[in-house]
Design a protein around this ligand. Sequence first.
Ligand code: ARG
Length: 279
Amino acid sequence: MKNKISLFMLIILILSSLIVACGKGNESNLGKNTSEPESYTLTGIESKGKLVMGTSADYPPFEFHKMIDGKDEIVGFDIEIAKYIAKELGVELEIKDMDFDKLLGGLSTGMLDIVVAGMNPTPEREKEANFSDIYYESDHSVLTNKESESKIVSIEDLNGKSIGVQIGTTQEEFAQTEIKDAEVVSLSSNPDIVMNLKTKKIDCAIMETSVVKSFVKSNEDLKIVEDLAIDCGSDGVAIAIKKGNDELTQKINEILAKAKSEGLIEKWIVEANELNDLD
Ligand code: ARG
């Protein structure tokens, strides 16, 4: 009787370990199916052979459209950075030109691998995306009309003014929260803001200082408000990467450090400014 019971228990034991083993087998098969790298990870980018960059090409010298040999091209400082990253990863670069406020959404759906768009990392955005180290220290300035009746000298002078800003930017947030009685005119592209300024539909605009200078160069009727730094809550611009994609973030930081040490970042800024000056 005792022997029979132990034999029975032994059989049960063998059967149950078989079941467990099968279960494990299935699990590891499942694991295999899902272990295909996601397209936006470092291995995913390497295996698809391209890096998809999202930008909003309305922000010279960071990124802008330019006719080159009769062809409309997207050029600028950020584009050179993305090209360099793609080259270092050994893949092609694909550029997707989108509205600025859709860029982080494009990262979270996996449509974009990186966003290079003169974007300030903010605590709010850091909840939604990873950010690289800052690759360019920037501040913000006020762009206005040369013969504007509304003389703007100090921050207080912005009170009650109509201020053009791009939708979804730190500049929009600043105008909405920091300026008393401002009429914030939020538009989807910076050239539209410039148009509104030239036709005096708005009093001024807020953009990164290098962008303000760039628009002043190409529009004689516009001017920068000198010595008025606007604090939009960030020290510079960084590359956004899908939230939690840490391996790619680290790789990008290494590549940025290499570009910096080779003096390339400075060189690309100068080149982008020159390219923007040419007609
Ligand atoms: N630096 C600002 C921000 O991060 C504006 C960037 C706008 N960039 C562009 N490519 N239009 O919100």
